[in-house]
Design a protein around this ligand. Structure first.
Ligand code: MV4
Length: 445
């Protein structure tokens, strides 16, 4: 049994985890940087420990400080949230070696999926569809050219240690590929300390559709349907929804089967997400995120589940309350509201001087902001997630317009006006989405 959970995170997700702990009857310990003393997660937790200076490297990413906070407070479990140390297999191991319960997947599963070219090979062995590409990391430029000429251009080089879009290079022909190969390896080495890159056939305008999975302590996985996350800018998702406008029952069953196979291939436990590219009726494994994700609420709303509570249950050795794949009901859309200029996307930290939250049917807010809160410049700029729910996509969109118009944030710039403009875009309204949606939207703006 668990009794006291340390939350190794900040912002809205720290509050979301505190909420789940309250419902489970678990005590909570917040950790915070010197910049986050006045944060709501510190106020709402039963206890708090300052773990270092403002910069994340010195606080939220400081493994020694987080473990010390757990020891000092007598916590018996650690929830990492997303970002920071959530997908650090080494941290997960240390948590466990200190006798603490890690509320997340086994370190070996994190490591297996963290190496993206290994992940690709592992899922291929389980007959999960992938795009044509290299079998593992590329040994040389000429090997890269040989693979590309076999599968056809354009191709994309990806860092084995990358993910989320970092360290990628597209090449349209052999000449471009030769120079991209060296650049990609240099970038990968500099960013991740590992130069390995692999290659895939490049799709120009696919959809990003991901499947939520959950596995119990015995490694039995269930899928909870998809989220469409094609509306992104610079690999930052802006809007996510469930179900996907292109989904059919048959496609969903196929994607869920593939996602479960991927999870089971690495002995997965807890909440995870299998990302796919979708193009012209077919889908291809891209990578697996071994954490609870920012966009988990849309799945909660269409499946009637509490994914963070399930994480606590599974970590405590209790059975999953989700036994089979739930039917999706209704339509949910999440809008990420950031502290940034809605036109230039420049970060816009500062003090929130006025604040009103949206209310009414079909609106869920996940946020840590309050009037008088100073948004610090040190962390990502997510202020709030506005999640709307309706019987169908039209109703969800109607409620989104109402909710975003009611959401008033004074003193800083936010992405609320950007979302309101996207909601009037004919392609968005018709569900004609792809990973190039934002590029086209911003070009025409
Ligand atoms: C791709 C791709 C097209 N073809 N792979 C971006 C994030 C990283 N996980 C992989 N990404 C992509 N991989 C092949 N073979 C296009 C992208 C991509 C993308 C994917 C999902 C959402 C937004 C994106 C934006 C640009 C590129």
């Amino acid at each position: 049994m668990l009794s006291k959970v340390l939350i190794a995170n900040r912002g809205e997700i720290a509050l979301r985890i505190i909420a789940a702990c309250r419902e489970a009857g678990l005590a909570t310990v917040a950790v915070h940087s010197e910049a986050d003393r006045d944060s709501l997660h510190v106020k709402m937790a039963d206890e708090s420990v300052c773990i270092g200076p403002a910069y994340a490297n010195a606080s939220y990413l400081n493994i020694t400080a987080v473990i010390a906070a757990a020891e000092i407070s007598g916590a018996d479990a650690v929830h990492p949230g997303y970002g920071f140390l959530a997908e650090n297999a080494h941290f997960a191991e240390i948590v466990q070696e200190c006798g603490l319960t890690w509320i997340g997947p086994p370190p070996e599963a994190i490591r297996a999926m963290g190496d993206k070219s290994n992940a690709r090979r592992t899922v291929i062995a389980r007959e999960v569809p992938v795009l044509p590409g290299s079998d593992g990391p590329l040994g040389s430029r000429e090997e890269a050219v040989a693979v590309a000429e076999r599968i056809g251009f354009p191709v994309i080089l990806k860092a084995s240690a990358g993910g989320g879009g970092k360290g990628m290079r597209v090449a349209a022909d052999a000449r471009e590929l030769r120079s991209a190969f060296d650049t990609a390896r240099h970038e990968a080495e500099r960013a991740f300390g590992v130069a390995d890159v692999y290659l895939e056939k490049y799709l120009r305008s696919p959809r990003h559709i991901e499947i939520q999975v959950f596995a119990d302590a015995a490694g039995k996985a269930v899928a909870l349907g998809e989220r469409e996350c094609s509306i992104q800018r610079r690999h930052q998702k802006l809007i996510e929804e469930a179900p996907s406008p292109v989904m059919t029952e048959e496609l969903r069953a196929q994607m869920c089967t593939a996602a479960v196979a991927a999870a089971e291939a690495v002995g997965y436990v807890s909440a995870g997400t299998v990302e796919f590219l979708y193009d012209e009726g077919k889908f291809y494994f891209m990578e697996m995120n071994t954490r609870i994700q920012v966009e988990h609420p849309v799945t909660e709303l269409v499946t009637g589940t509490d994914l963070v509570l399930e994480q606590l249950r599974v970590a405590a050795g209790q059975p999953l309350s989700i036994r089979r794949r739930p039917k999706l009901s209704g339509h949910a859309i999440e809008f990420r509201v950031n502290a940034e200029d809605p036109v230039t996307f420049a970060p816009a930290p500062g003090e929130i001087t006025e604040l009103a939250f949206p209310v009414g049917p079909g609106v869920r807010m996940e946020t840590h902001i309050y009037r008088g809160y100073r948004v610090p410049p040190y962390y990502d700029s997510l202020l709030a997630k506005v999640i709307v729910f309706g019987a169908d996509r039209r109703e969800a969109i109607r409620r989104a317009k109402r909710a975003l118009a009611m959401f008033r944030v004074g003193g800083i710039k936010t992405s609320i006006p950007l979302h309101l403009r996207i909601l009037d875009d004919p392609d968005f309204v018709e569900g004609r989405l792809s990973t190039s949606f934002m590029e086209r939207f911003l070009r025409e703006a």
